[in-house]
Design a protein around this ligand. Structure first.
Ligand code: UD1
Length: 336
């Protein structure tokens, strides 16, 4: 079955393409590579032993219709294509609103026109803001988003809720990701941080590789056991598998629309650094700095619903994730 994957050359998208292909689907990538590079496509080819169908077009543009015309037998779409840098979204909200919301409405409009019902959306735990009770379940109230990026995720979720309210012929699953880290076991694909990384783990691997002098831990005065922020870090391969499980759920007629995708375990920034050092036998140069504005103190997921309904559970741990992230950095070092 053919599955359209917008942002399929990106970090989570590329790992999902691998898991889709392994499960017998035929992924079709739509990605104009503005946030990615050729290395991801060549990595996919080396993992899968074949070239994956790829359209270098903007998911927010009218050109997207070509994919629907070329493939009248599409079985569903997984939508990743979006900007995701929280800090940048504060500086450039229009860039985020325009791209993230337009790409989503454009894709959904075409799905309705061509009667492609199965839709899996890349949402985020950022829609919860700082929750009052942990862990967060899918019924935890969505708080006002902390950033324009987060707001675009909420709006893209709302668009789906509104469509369903209006009786649209759509069968959606919104996956609220926690913090994806790690890379494919082959080290042929991973997180490409173009410029200064925004996220913790690429910053860690670049510091370990000597590309950055040191890493700053953003605050150690939070109300957490070691004072640093807590997140639910999930191996990207596990997360990729959740998308395949979501498609299978939709094919069986599943009706629940929102699922958390995390591990159910919180880890602090300092735990991440220490685990990275231990499993890779590397000393990291880091210092404690001030809090980063907009950061929430702690969040982790309750994943009972996704386990019960989709039969999906994270299987890989922090150690595997942080080892694979370091192996991927070696691939990048060799390449650039
Ligand atoms: C946020 C969103 C997530 C979104 C992601 C996109 C929340 C809870 N999470 O992740 O949904 O998909 O952005 O990029 O809103 N840190 C350091 N030093 C660094 C970098 C990070 O200490 O150099 C710390 C941060 O303070 C944070 C943790 O590491 O506590 C993780 O940060 P990051 O990887 O940027 O992800 P989030 O901000 O949690």
């Amino acid at each position: 079955m053919k599955i359209l994957v917008t942002g399929g050359a990106g970090y989570i998208g590329s790992h999902t393409v691998v898991e889709l292909a392994k499960a017998g689907y035929s992924p079709i990538i739509v990605d104009d590579l503005r946030c990615s590079q050729e290395i991801m496509l060549s990595g996919l080819k080396s993992i899968l032993g074949k070239k994956i169908d790829h359209y270098a077009i903007d998911a927010a543009s009218q050109d997207l219709e070509k994919v629907f015309i070329d493939h009248p037998d599409l079985g569903g779409a997984i939508h990743f294509a979006a900007y995701k840098a929280v800090g940048e979204s504060v500086q450039q909200p229009i860039k985020y609103y325009e791209n993230n919301i337009l790409a989503t409405s454009n894709l959904l409009k075409l799905m309705l026109k061509y009667e492609v019902a199965h839709y899996v959306f890349s949402s985020s735990c950022t829609v919860y803001g700082q929750p009052d009770i942990l862990p967060v379940t899918e019924t935890t109230e969505r708080k006002p988003a902390q950033s324009p990026y987060g707001r675009t995720k909420q709006i893209c979720e709302d668009l789906v809720f509104d469509l369903m309210q209006g009786g649209a012929k759509l069968a959606p699953v919104l996956l609220r990701y926690f913090n994806p880290i790690g890379a494919h076991e082959s080290a042929a694909i991973g997180e490409l941080a173009i410029g200064v990384p925004n996220n913790l783990v690429p910053f860690v691997t670049q510091t370990a590789a000597g590309l950055r002098e040191k890493l700053t831990v953003f605050g150690d005065d939070y109300n957490t056991p070691d004072g640093s922020c807590i997140r639910d870090y999930i191996h990207v391969t596990d997360l990729a598998r959740a998308h395949v499980a979501a498609l299978e759920y939709l094919q069986k007629g599943g009706k629940i629309q929102v699922f958390n995708a995390g591990t159910g375990q919180g880890s602090s920034v300092l735990e991440i650094l220490r685990t990275f050092e231990r499993v890779n036998n590397i000393k990291l140069n880091y210092e404690i700095g001030p809090r980063r504005s907009g950061d929430i103190e702690k969040i982790w997921a309750n994943c009972d619903l996704i386990e019960k309904e989709l039969g999906w559970k994270a299987q890989l741990g922090l150690e595997e994730a942080l080892k694979s992230a370091w192996q991927w950095q070696q691939t990048l070092n060799a390449q650039y």
